[in-house]
Design a binder for this molecule. Sequence first.
Ligand code: AKG
Length: 222
Amino acid sequence: MQASFSFENRPSFDPGCGELTRTWLDDRSFVDFAPGWLHESDAVFRAVLESRNWGQRTRHMYERRVLEPRLTAPWSLRSGVPLEPKILDDVRLALSARYAVLFDSAGFNLYRDGRDSVAWHGDKIRKEIENPVVALLSLGEPRKFLLRPKGGGKSRAFHLGRGDLLVTGGQTQRAWEHCVPKVAQAAGPRISVAYRYGMSRAAYGESDEPAPTAPPAASNED
Ligand SMILES: O=C(O)CCC(=O)C(=O)O
């Protein structure tokens, strides 16, 4: 049974993705960024917060299973369940057309406050996809999103929330890793929607978890 959503002000975005600015991280890795790309994103945030079936996964870390410090809710095209609210499916189709791939899954992540985070990782996308594209739509309060060369190095920071769109392409998921660090000060809730394709089969279900390479440090830097 799907919820039906009616928005007072209809959320919208530029389906041509004309506002995307490309930044090269190295000669084969890039991110495309469009701040505030989804308009009326707070209403979408509320709809997603209230309608998703949030759960807390565990992950293997330091030889034991620990609770992931955020809530998640998976969606996949394979399930046959419509992606709702519909604006999120419109986003999926527009980004699929823009990047010439079929985004067939959407992973919802809820960072309830500054204690929630995700550790440094690259997404688990099948090896045969040489240059995977992953699109992240952020809703709610902005949180820092860091990128660094795999294994360490100087990090690049984006502050993602309130309808921001960030797309990783080229070798960014292979040669770089990313995280959302904890913050010491109070932080309001944020949701990210990760549009992906070519995930390993297990990744669509319960074990859709990034493989952490290091715990995220609490961070106050800009
Ligand atoms: O919440 C974000 O912006 C990042 C999410 C992420 O990296 C992941 O779930 O793999």
